[in-house]
Structures are given as structure tokens and as C-alpha cells.
Design a protein around this ligand. Structure first.
Ligand code: G4P
Length: 535
């Protein structure tokens, strides 16, 4: 974070690039849909889901997403949001909510400037919220919190706030305060704007009307809020003001304070206030860590990096799309950028912008935006594109997989096809693929068991290739690092444990921690690592 705010071009300053993190079922999909509704990107709530249904019927893979109630593939959506006189461009990057996809999530979070944390008002901070929060914490990402489902029986407001403060070790400041609970919930008091918002349960697609209030003594409050609810509310808000710090924009930007809004996504309630909050307090595009120097969004020249690769997005065209977060400059379609890893120029002639209901050609884009670049495999996760300078975006890690299984094609004649399919998924970051020095077949490594099932069903669906995953004799993989002579000597003496990964890097496979410790003692010039930076 810089000490002095940057002066950004207005087009950059109006961008807000963020992700939503939540435990499954807290309401992320519903909230996303309402964002799009207010952003004017869809006309009626239900379209995102309806489109999802149509897609799902096309494939078993999607069927699986549906059955298990998880979202496996991350994507990006851009839409405009107007508040007062100002118009903002929101870039919402979707994160898979399931813990088995945490590596993908981690990388997605390298591409955003802030996260919206959705929690269920009855359940508070759940396991997956906690995990995702910790990933955000690693990057000091600013977090805005939305406490959802307030139309249902929910926990005490102080209890919810306490739980966030204690479990996540972050200061919480209420941006709004709920009035009544469960069936008696009538709306919220907007603390930031001194407004009363009353919820309309009848029409879920309209924006709640706000009543401007002149402080808490305004007689309008007593006219609009039933006496018993008003009494409790006034007591609570007085206590809240005594006990909780007011919103501090700097602390929010540094990730040490989160404002919390209360609402009900399904009733479209509290959503607009949250969006106003993202616009007003959410950060503008931030500088990007890179070697040998950081990239500032206000630089004239374009730079960007690939944080996700998705193959076969459209089963009709076997395309592969690299999702690129622009870190600086003003990008125009047709530009020639340098692919820093290969030092080769690339003409970006068909960049795609992901609008809510469709994709369209991106004629231009600015720092903060996410564009999709269709390609045939040149672009990999972690790659940097610039206008010539040899900059490499840092901090996109690859983690050693926690589960290993061998993978074989049902038909042994199809081994080459299988290799191609596995490499494709490895490039997407969906799995690590290891080719052992000895023996046939491949060893596939993932972070969570569910990924094996997803892979098997995708290989069958996208490549027409039934495959079997079976237990492997190995359970751990570590990258081998060190000077070439030391690594060569180590490899020669441990051939039965050596494999190469999908990037051609040397890997040590084992089933025993003891083996890893032994290498540490016997080969002091070689190190075995559980992460490598993708560059
Ligand atoms: P997710 O993406 O985080 O997994 O959650 P999603 O939006 O799918 O919401 C999970 C369930 O919670 C859905 O119900 C949704 O309708 C409901 N929900 C979301 N927001 C609210 C809210 O503000 N109040 C209440 N009462 N419920 C809410 P479902 O029965 O699983 O799905 P559906 O049949 O409604 O589609």
C-alpha cells in the first residue's frame, strides 16, 4: 500500500475489482444476481440461475456442480453501477466456494483489490468463510462484510459482530443496524447516511425506499418503527456507538477493519447500500507486486497477468481462455503485447469482456479490468504481458498437491490422448500432473478429493475418454531445488522417486515424511519445497 494516494485517470479511479467469499449456502449466488440486477446487467432476478440451469442440463459435470451445490469454475463479470452523480465499473471475480478448490481461489484473490464476505445471519462465521478470510489476510485485502438472511431468525447483532472480531481478528464497524429480527425484521438504519430503510417483503426485485432521517431523535422514526422495536433498536445503537469504532477508511484499505451491512439478498434488501459502500470505500485498482519493480495502475504502458486459464468454456469451440487482470495502462484491442516468459510478441486481437449475460469483444480496457484472451496454450497461469519491459508479476504460487492418484485410460491405446487431456487440465491449474521416471502412466495431484471426480468427469465429457483414478504408491510430492550438479546427483541416486511435473520441473515423490527429512540430512545442497512461484 502506498503512503500517498495515486492520482489515477478517471477511468481507472472508477473501477472496483473484487470477489465474494462465503461459506456455501450463505447467499453468494443470490447476492451476485442482485448486484447484476442493480448494475442493470440483467432485467430480472433469476436469469443467472436460469442460464445456469440451461448450461447444467448440457453436461454431467455441471450436473455434479448442481447435485453437490458447489460452484467449480470461477469466472469474471463486469457491469456498471451508478450512485449519485458517479458511475462505477464493477469487476466481480467469482471464486469457487468449495474448500477442495482452494488453490484456484487463492490465485483468483491475487487478481482483486477487495473481497466482499457474505455470512449467514443465523450461522455466523462458518468454516469456509474462515479459510477464505485467511487467504485474504495473507494479502491484506480490504474486506466488506454483508450479513445475509436477516429476514429469517438470526443471531443477536452484537453476537455476530463479536464472532467476526474474535474468529477473524479484525475490527468490525456497523455500516447499518438491523431493526427487529426474524419475522419482526422490518429493515435497517443506515448509520453512514442517517437513513431508515424499510424492507418490502412483497416485491423482491425492487429497491427498498429510504427515508431520510435527521439523527436518531427524528420523530419520523417513531412514526415508521413500531414502539417495541424502536426501543430495542435505540438501546442497541447507543451501545454499538459506545463500543464499536467508527468507519476508518484507511483501516479498511489496510484490511484491519471491516464495515458490516445487514440485509436480505433474496429480498433485495441492503444490497444497494453494500454496493454504494464498495463504490465509496472499496479500493481503486492497487499497485501490483512484480519483479524487478512493482507495477502502478497509473502507468501509461499496459501490463497484465494471467491468474486463471479455463479450457473448453464453450464445448462447441474448444477454446481456451486466459483470464488477465490488467495491472496498468489503457488497453486497446489489437495491441501487440510482449509475452514476457517467451519474450515473444502477441497480437491481442480477440480479447473478451465478460458481461453478465454474455461475452463481448473488448475494444478497450483499463487497469483493474479482467479480460479474457483466447489462445492455444501459449498463456499460462502466472504469465505477465507488457509493452516490452521484462516485468514478472510475483506472488502467484503453486502448491504441492495433498492427494496423489494414478490415472489410466480405460483403453490402453488412448494413453497419448490421456496425456494431452491431463496436460490441458494442468495448464488450467486444475491438477498437477507428474510423469514418473520409472513406470508407465501418470500421477495426478490435487488439493481436495472432489477434484479427482471433477477431472474424471471432465476428461470423459470433453475428450470422450473414460479414465480410472487409483491409489498411488506415493502420497506426497515436493519440488527439487538446488544447483544443477547437486540436483543431478540427487536424481541419479533416487530415480525410483523422481518425476517431472507438467512444467518439466523435477519432483520428488514419496509416501513418508521420514524420506523428506532424510533428504534434508543427506543432501544439504538440495531443498525439497512445497510451493513454487508460477513465473
Ligand atoms: P450460495 O451461492 O452462497 O451457495 O447461496 P445461494 O445464493 O444459492 O443461497 C442459498 C439459499 O439461501 C437459497 O435457497 C437462497 O434462496 C437462500 N437465500 C439467499 N439469500 C437469502 C435471504 O436473504 N433470505 C432467505 N430467507 N434466504 C436466502 P435454496 O432453497 O437453497 O435455493 P432456491 O430454491 O431458493 O433457489
Amino acid at each position: 500500500m502506498l503512503d500517498t494516494p495515486l492520482v489515477l485517470a478517471p477511468e481507472i479511479a472508477r473501477r472496483r475489482t473484487f470477489a465474494i467469499i462465503s461459506h456455501p449456502d450463505a447467499g453468494k449466488t443470490t447476492l451476485t444476481e442482485k448486484f447484476l440486477l442493480y448494475g442493470g446487467a440483467i432485467q430480472m432476478a433469476g436469469q443467472v440461475r436460469a442460464k445456469g440451469e440451461a448450461r447444467r442440463t448440457r453436461s454431467d459435470f455441471m450436473q455434479m456442480e448442481k447435485d453437490r451445490g458447489i460452484s467449480v469454475s470461477a469466472s469474471a463479470m463486469s457491469f456498471d453501477f451508478a450512485t449519485g452523480e458517479d458511475s462505477y465499473r464493477f469487476n466481480l471475480v467469482d471464486t469457487p466456494g468449495h474448500s477442495d478448490f482452494s488453490e484456484d481461489t487463492y490465485r483468483t484473490l491475487t487478481a482483486v483489490d477487495a473481497a466482499v464476505m457474505v455470512i449467514d445471519g443465523a450461522k455466523g462465521v462458518e468454516s469456509q468463510t474462515q479459510k477464505l478470510f485467511e487467504v485474504c489476510r495473507l494479502r491484506d485485502l480490504p474486506i466488506l462484510t454483508f450479513c445475509n438472511k436477516m429476514d429469517r431468525e438470526s443471531r443477536d447483532t452484537f453476537e455476530i459482530i463479536d464472532e467476526i472480531q474474535e474468529n477473524l481478528a479484525i475490527d468490525v464497524t456497523p455500516a447499518s443496524w438491523p431493526i427487529g429480527r426474524g419475522r419482526d425484521f422490518i429493515g435497517c438504519y443506515d448509520i453512514l447516511r442517517d437513513e431508515l430503510q424499510l424492507m418490502d417483503r412483497a416485491d423482491r426485485n425492487t429497491v427498498a425506499s429510504a427515508v431520510k432521517i435527521k439523527g436518531l431523535d427524528d420523530p419520523k422514526l417513531a412514526e415508521l418503527v413500531p414502539a417495541d422495536l424502536l426501543e430495542t433498536f435505540l438501546e442497541e445503537i447507543e451501545m454499538a456507538r459506545e463500543l464499536m469504532p467508527p468507519l476508518n477508511a484507511q483501516a479498511l484499505l489496510e484490511g484491519t477493519m471491516t464495515p458490516i451491512w445487514f440485509g436480505s439478498a433474496i429480498n433485495s434488501f441492503g444490497v444497494q447500500e453494500l454496493m454504494d459502500g464498495i463504490a465509496t470505500y472499496g479500493p481503486e485498482p492497487q499497485p501490483q507486486r512484480a519483479d524487478p519493480r512493482a507495477i502502478s495502475p497509473d502507468e501509461k504502458k499496459v501490463a497484465g497477468f494471467v491468474f486463471k486459464v479455463q479450457a473448453n468454456m464453450d464445448p462447441k469451440h474448444r477454446d481456451r481462455v486466459a483470464f488477465v487482470r490488467l495491472a496498468s495502462g489503457h488497453f486497446k484491442r489489437g495491441m501487440k503485447l510482449t509475452h514476457v516468459r517467451s519474450k515473444k510478441p502477441m497480437a491481442i486481437s480477440n480479447p473478451v469482456l465478460f458481461l453478465a449475460s454474455d461475452r463481448e469483444l473488448a475494444e478497450e480496457a483499463w487497469a483493474g479490468d479482467i479480460i479474457g484472451i483466447p489462445n492455444h496454450g501459449q498463456l499460462r497461469i502466472g504469465d505477465t504481458l507488457t509493452e516490452g519491459e521484462a516485468l514478472r508479476v510475483a506472488g502467484i504460487p503453486s502448491f504441492a498437491p495433498e492427494l496423489l492418484q494414478t490415472c489410466r485410460a480405460g483403453d490402453p491405446m488412448k494413453a497419448k490422448h490421456l496425456e494431452k487431456a491431463l496436460m490441458q487440465f494442468a495448464e488450467e491449474g486444475a491438477a498437477k500432473v507428474f510423469k514418473p521416471t520409472f513406470g508407465s502412466g501418470f500421477i495426478v495431484g490435487v488439493v481436495g478429493a472432489l477434484q479427482f471426480e471433477v477431472l474424471a468427469s471432465r476428461i470423459e465429457m470433453e475428450y470422450g475418454l473414460p479414465v480410472r483414478f487409483e491409489a498411488s504408491q506415493f502420497t506426497s510430492a515436493r519440488w527439487v531445488q538446488g544447483q544443477k550438479p547437486a540436483v543431478d546427483a540427487f536424481v541419479a541416486a533416487n530415480k525410483q522417486h523422481i518425476a517431472t511435473d507438467n512444467d518439466g520441473d523435477t519432483v520428488f515423490l514419496t509416501r513418508l515424511q521420514w524420506d523428506i527429512d532424510r533428504v534434508g540430512r543427506d543432501y544439504p545442497d538440495v531443498s525439497l519445497t512445497g510451493t513454487k512461484e508460477m513465473m
